[in-house]
Design a protein around this ligand. Structure first.
Ligand SMILES: Cc1cc2nc3c(=O)[nH]c(=O)nc-3n(C[C@H](O)[C@H](O)[C@H](O)COP(=O)(O)O)c2cc1C
Length: 364
C-alpha cells in the first residue's frame, strides 16, 4: 500500500491539493488559525512516528536527492536551499515532520523569553485572490523554557534547525537585550543558528530595534554571549547569528542594518519579514497586520538585491517573501540570496512545496 502510494502521490499531489484539499481547508467560516493548529497537531503526531516520517518523506518530501541542491553556509550543511520560515512552527512541535516534507532547514519560533498569548483572535487572514496572508499573531508562543524542554527531547535532525528569537511583549523596549539574552541562554544548545527578529510589525516598538544604535547594542550583547556560550560548550566557532529585516525599511535603514551587522560580526541576514504596505492587492484588505505571499515578492527581491549590493559577500542572505515557483526562487537567488525560505506558499501550494521548489531549481 505504502509503496503504491509513494509512486502515485507525488505526481498527483499538486492537483489533489488545489482541487480537493485546499478547498476543504479553506472552507468559509473556519478560522484559518484553527486549520493551522490542526495541521500542526497532525504533523506533530507524525513527528513521533518513524514509520509515518518515512511515508511522508516518500510521498511528499524527501528532497531533491541531488548534491546540486546542497549548500554549505554559516559553516552548516543544508541538504536543500529551501527552508521553512519562522512563524509556522512557533513552539517546535513538528520539526522532524517538516524535515521529512523536504525542507532543507527549519526555523522555529519566534520564541520569546516569557510565554505569551499573542494578539486577540481572529489574527490570521487569507486573501486567496492575491495568494497572500495577513497576520497579527503577536508572537503567541510557549516561551523559551518550554520550547527548550521540547527541543531537548528531539532525535538528531537531518537538517539544520534555526531558532528565531523575539522580545516578550511585557518587556519594555529598553530592557530588550536582557530578554533576548535569556532566550538565547535557554535555547543555545539546540539551535544550529539563531535569528534575531527585530522586524515583526506585530509587537509594538519592536522594529525600532533595527535602528543603528539600538541594533548595535543588541548585537554586541548577543554576540558576546554567543562567544561565551560556544566556548563553554567547547565549540570551535560560535553559533551563527542572523538578523531578520523588514521590507518596510528604506535604503538608509537597510544600510544601517548592514553596517552594524558587518561591524559586530553577525553571520548573515534574513530578508524579509512581512510588510505593512498593501501594494498590488486586488482584495480589500482592511485588517491590520503583516502581509505575506505573492504581493510581497517584488519588494522582498528588491530588498535582497539592495542588501547584497551593500554587504557584498560578507553576509550571506536567506531570501524569502512570496516564493511560490522555481522561477520565484531563482529570481531571489539571482538577487543575491544564498538560501531561501517560504511560509505562505506552503499554505497555498500544499505540503510538497519544498520538494517542488528544490527539484525545480536543480532542474535548471
Ligand atoms: C502567520 C504568520 C506568522 C509569522 N510569524 C513569524 C514569526 O513568528 N517570526 C518571524 O520571524 N516571521 C514570521 N512570519 C514571517 C515569515 O517568516 C516570512 O518572513 C514572511 O511570511 C514572508 O515569507 P512568505 O511570503 O513566504 O510567507 C510569519 C508569517 C506568517 C504568515
Amino acid at each position: 500500500m505504502s509503496r503504491q502510494l509513494a509512486r502515485a502521490l507525488p505526481a498527483a499531489m499538486p492537483t489533489l491539493y488545489r482541487r480537493v484539499l485546499r478547498p476543504a481547508l479553506f472552507a468559509r467560516g473556519r478560522d484559518p488559525e484553527v486549520i493551522h493548529d490542526e495541521m500542526l497537531r497532525l504533523l506533530g503526531a507524525a513527528a513521533r512516528s518513524p514509520a509515518l516520517l518515512r511515508l511522508i518523506a516518500a510521498t511528499l518530501g524527501g528532497g531533491p536527492d541531488d548534491p546540486a541542491a546542497h549548500r554549505r553556509v554559516f559553516g552548516l550543511d543544508f541538504p536543500s536551499p529551501i527552508g521553512l520560515a519562522a512563524g509556522f512552527d512557533k513552539n517546535a512541535v513538528a520539526v522532524p515532520a517538516l524535515a521529512a516534507l523536504g525542507f532543507g532547514f527549519v526555523e522555529v519560533g519566534t520564541v520569546t523569553r516569557w510565554p505569551q498569548e499573542g494578539s486577540p483572535r481572529p489574527r490570521l487572514f487569507r486573501l486567496p485572490a492575491d495568494e497572500a496572508l495577513i497576520n497579527r499573531m503577536g508572537f503567541n508562543n510557549q516561551g523559551a523554557e518550554a520550547v527548550a524542554a521540547r527541543l531537548a527531547h528531539l532525535p538528531p535532525l537531518s537538517v539544520p534547525l534555526g531558532i528565531s528569537l523575539g522580545k516578550s511583549k511585557s518587556t519594555p523596549l529598553d530592557q530588550a537585550e536582557a530578554d533576548y539574552l535569556a532566550s538565547l541562554e535557554a535555547l543555545h544548545p539546540y539551535g544550529d543558528y539563531f535569528a534575531i527578529n527585530v522586524s515583526s510589525p506585530n509587537t509594538p516598538g519592536l522594529r525600532t530595534l533595527q535602528e543603528r544604535d539600538r541594533l548595535d547594542a543588541l548585537l554586541a550583547a548577543l554576540i558576546t554571549r554567543l562567544l561565551a556560550l560556544g566556548a563553554a560548550e567547547g565549540r570551535p566557532t560560535p553559533r551563527p547569528l542572523l538578523v531578520k529585516v523588514s521590507p518596510d525599511l528604506d535604503d538608509a535603514g537597510l544600510a544601517d542594518v548592514v553596517a552594524v551587522c558587518l561591524a559586530r560580526g553577525a553571520s548573515g541576514l534574513i530578508a524579509t519579514n512581512t510588510t505593512l504596505a498593501r501594494d498590488g492587492l486586488t482584495s480589500a484588505a482592511s485588517e491590520p497586520g503583516g502581509l505575506s505571499g505573492r504581493p510581497l515578492h517584488a519588494r522582498a527581491v528588491a530588498v535582497v538585491r539592495h542588501l547584497r549590493n551593500l554587504a557584498g559577500d560578507a553576509l550571506p542572505i536567506i531570501g524569502g517573501g512570496g516564493i511560490f515557483t522555481p522561477d520565484d526562487a531563482q529570481r531571489m537567488l539571482d538577487a543575491g540570496a544564498t538560501l531561501l525560505q517560504v511560509y505562505t506558499s506552503f499554505i497555498y501550494e500544499g505540503p510538497d512545496i519544498a520538494r517542488r521548489l528544490a527539484r525545480g531549481l536543480v532542474a535548471r
